[in-house]
Design a protein around this ligand. Structure first.
Ligand code: NAD
Length: 515
């Protein structure tokens, strides 16, 4: 935390409202005495403090969720479905309120906040069709007079731990499916933008969800560890940075829980010489600088197969010059293209990576360091940055920067580009830009990445497919939403049944049952 943030947070502790938990279907003021400041990143000022749970609050949240599960698990499919439909209708009607909350605490522009809500709403819509997806199967007469069938039952209390960059969408990757399947959710949102989760909790209440089925536990590592170590919590769904994803995966697994843990990314866009460079430049700018690069599916490296690099860099540079950076909530000129970063600390970290690239010999073509917005001088802004000739040994190439920094690596062949992508630690998303179907087909087959775009820069799968990367971008094998989501949030039972008929039951036989 910078000294400015420390001072502001100290002031904030006295003057600002405290964002509470949501337990037992109501706001639950914190008594822990621990808080963290929440900023409006465009203004650079603390606007609230968020409660950080202590053990008593963690226990209260989990106990309430257990009671909620005992009620909700008994609801009929038809009744659960009607609550989901009501939630979907309320969300669709009032999503503008949520978008404003996201922009105020995260900083992304309003239309982008709306975009993340719509992608989350897709999962709610998928979840309304849950009866079809949690049906068991039935095999009549598997052996003479014996039927075999399966049931899919909820797990119980499930934990969701989410990152700052999608305060609505990422929780919605999980909770609509978890709730539809009959579970009770404890959501631990990011402490950097915690209000979206509370808004969603109020909406569930309006939609008729029984108290305790959706709980918001505000907090930091203590709250996370409380969920990981509770014997009541049956599963953990985590999205965040790779080191924490690995910690979550290992700890939750050790404690016998089901776990899905999605980590960080460094997504490459491979540009073949036959690609339409105007299309590529547009898409590189959209995917590199949208949400100020704070997207796990952002493109952060362009692999330009020569001889296209010079032309492409010129086109990207020209487009960067046309971007307007400002308060995501808009101003007299309307909505800007890009807002600030989440905190001053994060802005300084991004800036440090540009320093590293420069020190390692890269060319800084467009330099966003020290960027300010008139009238918002305290805001956490960082200008769009374009780096050429970045050495692939540089930490600025190998590590996730999570800011509006696009690096270009010049390669001579398709194979050289493919090898670079496959040698990285991450495997979240990637894209190829070409008009050569054969090259695209080879790329999709040989690239070691979970989500692939062919002339699509941010290939986030639709709700009825599943979201998840490979390697250090996902620990375990359970992806988010789609069929993976329904499998994750249900537990299957297989039943073998015979209704005994004294004439045919066969008498005593100690052998292993056979057909
Ligand atoms: P983060 O890992 O710092 O925090 C994520 C969550 O973990 C938060 O709720 C936070 O409170 C908690 N947490 C942080 N430190 C912890 C610790 N030491 N112990 C226990 N819990 C801890 O991530 P972030 O900065 O909020 O989000 C950005 C990261 O998330 C980026 O790396 C981004 O790539 C990644 N991300 C990945 C995906 C994906 O689908 N793979 C999607 C969105 C974001």
């Amino acid at each position: 935390m910078t000294s400015t943030e420390t001072i502001r947070s100290a002031e904030a502790a006295h003057d600002l409202p405290t964002i509470p938990h949501w337990i037992d279907g109501a706001e639950h003021p914190s008594r822990s005495g621990r808080t963290a400041p929440v900023f409006n990143p465009a203004l650079g000022v603390a606007t609230a403090n968020v409660a950080l749970a202590d053990q008593a609050e963690i226990d209260a949240a989990i106990a309430s969720a257990q009671r909620g599960f005992e009620v909700w698990g008994q609801y009929s499919i038809a009744k659960r479905q009607s609550v989901l439909f009501a939630f979907r209708e309320l969300l669709n009607a009032r999503k503008g309120e949520l978008a404003a909350i996201i922009t105020a605490e995260h900083g992304k522009v309003l239309s982008d906040a709306m975009g993340e809500i719509l992608r989350g709403q897709e999962v709610v819509e998928l979840a309304t069709g849950f009866p079809h997806l949690i049906k068991g199967a039935y095999s009549e007469n598997a052996s003479t007079g014996i039927d075999v069938y399966s049931l899919k039952q909820p797990l119980g209390v499930v934990g969701i731990i989410s990152p700052f960059n999608f305060p609505a969408m990422v929780p919605m990757w999980f909770f609509p499916i978890a709730i539809a399947a009959g579970n009770a959710v404890v959501l631990k949102p990011s402490e950097k933008d915690p209000s979206a989760a509370l808004w969603l909790a109020r909406l569930w209440k309006e939609a008729g969800l029984p108290d305790g089925v959706f709980t918001v536990l505000q907090g930091d590592k203590l709250a996370v560890d409380g969920l990981l170590n509770s014997p009541v919590v049956q599963s953990i769904s985590f999205v965040g940075s790779t080191p924490i994803a690995q910690y979550i995966y290992e700890t939750a697994s050790k404690n016998g829980k089901r776990v899905q843990a999605l980590g960080g990314a460094k997504n490459h866009m491979l540009v073949l010489p036959d690609a339409d460079l105007d299309l590529v430049a547009d898409q590189a700018v959209n995917a590199g600088y949208g949400a100020a690069g704070e997207r796990c599916m952002a493109v952060s490296v362009v692999l330009a197969v020569e001889p296209v690099a010079d032309d492409l860099i010129a086109k990207i540079t020209e487009r960067i010059g046309r971007l307007r950076i400002g308060n995501g909530a808009g101003d007299a000129q309307g909505e800007p293209d890009m807002g600030p970063l989440i905190t001053a600390v994060h802005r300084d970290k991004v800036s440090g990576y540009v320093d590293i690239a420069e020190r390692d010999g890269a060319d800084i073509v467009v330099d966003g360091r020290g960027f300010t917005v008139d009238g918002h001088e305290d805001g956490f802004f960082f200008g769009p940055t374009l780096i050429d000739n970045i050495p692939t040994t540089s930490a600025a190439y190998r590590e996730e920067i999570f800011g509006p920094v696009l690096s270009v690596v010049r390669v001579q062949t398709f194979q050289e580009g493919l090898d670079l992508i496959n040698s990285g630690q991450f495997g979240n998303g990637t894209a190829i830009f070409t008009n050569d179907g054969g090259a695209a087909r080879r790329f999709q087959s040989e690239v070691q990445v979970g989500m692939i775009g062919i002339n699509v820069p941010i290939p986030v799968p639709v709700a009825y497919h599943s979201f998840g990367g490979w390697k250090a971008s996902l620990f375990g094998d359970a992806k988010a939403y789609g069929v993976h989501g329904f499998d994750f949030f249900t537990r299957e039972k297989a039943i073998t049944s015979r209704w005994l008929d004294p004439a045919t039951h066969g008498g005593i036989n100690l052998g292993f049952p056979q057909n």
